[in-house]
Design a protein around this ligand. Structure first.
Ligand SMILES: [Zn+2]
Ligand SMILES: [Zn+2]
Length: 211
């Protein structure tokens, strides 16, 4: 079983997640947008061993603390986003100016592709769902064993991600939600990048953007 902890980071209250295995104390951090010292202190207080970092997309409020975390945990591998977000990773300084938040620097990552399965725990893996729209290289991570999906800024409770940032695309976003997320079981917990969490069934029933 995994414990899922939520840490709000950056002035954008981005929900960074720590996924921690209850028996092995192995841990994965998803979207360390900033406040790396806070993330590190929680990992250390709980005696967790960081194994990997997952990124849903390359907006700075989701990736801005990655370099700081890697400085502390140099062996850790970074997975995601999809290669189509490379232009955003190459413009972290411009993003820092645009968003008015800190940029801890560039870093190496392994781009992921649709359908790829990342076996990050002995008994839990993450299937990559390429969900362009909010950004072209945005991905979601589906953990079937634990019945949840981490969606970044693709879907929110009663809302959807913005599509007015560079290379955002409304039609792509709606298509991603309908064909990738809404084919998951209704009971799937949805962990969003901001504004709380939901389930697939709840959003299928009541999200006004994707009826
Ligand atoms: Zn975003
Ligand atoms: Zn965000």
């Amino acid at each position: 079983m995994l414990d899922i902890m939520t840490l709000q980071v950056t002035p954008f209250a981005q929900d960074c997640r720590i996924l921690a295995h209850q028996e092995t104390s192995d841990a994965v951090v998803v979207d360390p947008g900033g406040d790396a010292q806070l993330i590190i202190s929680v990992l250390e207080q709980q005696g967790l061993k960081l194994k990997a970092i997952l990124l849903t997309h390359a907006h700075l409020d989701h990736v801005g603390g990655t370099k700081d975390l890697l400085d502390h945990y140099p062996q850790v591998k970074v997975y995601g986003p999809h290669r189509d977000d490379e232009f955003l990773l190459q413009s972290l300084n411009q993003q820092a100016q645009m968003f008015g938040i800190d940029n801890s620097g560039s870093f190496e990552c392994e781009y992921v592709g649709d359908g790829e399965v990342l076996k990050l725990f002995d008994d839990a893996s993450f299937k990559v769902l390429h969900t362009p729209g909010h950004t072209p290289g945005g991905v979601c991570y589906y953990c079937q064993e634990e019945n949840f999906v981490i969606v970044g800024d693709t879907l929110f409770p009663g809302s959807i991600g913005r599509t007015d940032f560079p290379r955002g695309n409304f039609a792509d976003l709606i298509n991603s939600i309908k064909t990738k997320l809404f084919t998951l079981p209704d009971s799937t917990d949805v962990f969003c990048g901001h504004m709380g969490d939901t389930t697939i069934g709840e959003e299928k029933a009541s999200n006004p953007y994707v009826r």
